[in-house]
Design a protein around this ligand. Structure first.
Ligand code: NAP
Length: 246
């Protein structure tokens, strides 16, 4: 489905990003597996892809850092000549109630989830415009659509990602570049592993399909949006949340 495509997946060392990288490689894309702190895990993702007969390389970049992002995308274009697909997946949570939330918790979540997405799109846009082709998929969240207690920082960042997505979709459409967002609900990853049993059970009750999703559930939606089957879809938010938000 993605033969000949160069795909960059940010935060692909673990969780949803890892699943996206694996699925894209299974669909024959060459995948750049971005990581920040988890070098060993990124290596394992690459090894898994190679074992399955796919193609991948790992590249470190702190997506929250403007200058590093610029160099990261320059380096990829220099080495591979193009970038067809960008998945802005890298993200963090630093949950706290509004009254207790520190400035650092607010700023760091916005810096990576929102500004990181902005700068990756900015630094890939010129390349995709020249190619007259591009697929950008941004990871939002149900929290960004419906809000969530203890997540004013995260929900603001993920709501912002939807605004970025729709604006960029309008700006880039004439060059055959689509920009969409995926809004997962509760997905089994390190990010949700720290939730207490009580919170998990409460959450499951709010999900019509009555279970947490898997990273592959999200990866399948992302691969679809990156494929030719989604070539007339842009500026949309695809919910992968078991029906949580309708
Ligand atoms: P995760 O398991 O915590 O993994 C986070 C990934 O982001 C890791 O690969 C990590 O890489 C990377 N990362 C963190 N800081 C980075 C930085 N500064 N630069 C580059 N990469 C960085 O998270 P996840 O659950 O897979 O979430 C992936 C995305 O889906 C996030 O945007 C998240 O907000 C969104 N999402 C998740 C859920 C859920 O239920 N899990 C729900 C809705 C939305 P290193 O370890 O190498 O640093």
């Amino acid at each position: 489905m993605l033969e000949g495509k160069i795909a960059v997946v940010t935060g692909a060392s673990r969780g949803i990003g890892r699943a996206i990288a694996l699925e894209m490689a299974r669909q024959n894309a060459f995948v750049i597996v971005n990581y920040y702190g988890s070098l060993e895990k990124a290596k394992q993702v690459k090894e898994q892809i190679l074992k399955e007969g796919g193609q991948a390389e790992i590249m470190q970049c702190n997506v929250a850092d403007f200058k590093q992002c610029e160099l990261f995308f320059k380096q990829i274009v220099k080495e591979y000549g193009k970038i067809d697909i960008l998945v802005n997946n890298a993200g963090i949570t630093k949950d706290d109630l509004l009254l207790k939330m520190s400035e650092e918790a607010f700023d760091s979540v916005i810096e990576l989830n929102l500004k990181g997405t902005f700068q990756c799109m900015k630094f890939v846009a010129r390349t995709m415009m020249k190619q007259r082709f591009g697929r950008i998929i941004n990871l939002s969240s149900v929290s960004g659509v419906a809000g969530n207690i203890g997540q004013t920082n995260y929900a603001a960042s993920k709501a912002g990602v939807i605004g970025l997505t729709k604006s960029a979709a309008r700006e880039l459409a004439s060059r055959n570049i689509t920009v969409n967002a995926v809004a997962p609900g509760f997905i089994h990853t390190d990010m949700t592993a720290c939730l207490s049993q009580r919170v998990k059970e409460d959450a499951e009750q709010k999900i019509p399909l009555n279970r947490f999703g898997s990273p592959k559930d999200v990866a399948d939606a992302v691969v679809f949006l990156a494929s030719d089957r989604a070539s007339y879809i842009t500026g949309q938010v695809l919910h992968v949340d078991g029906g949580m938000v309708m």
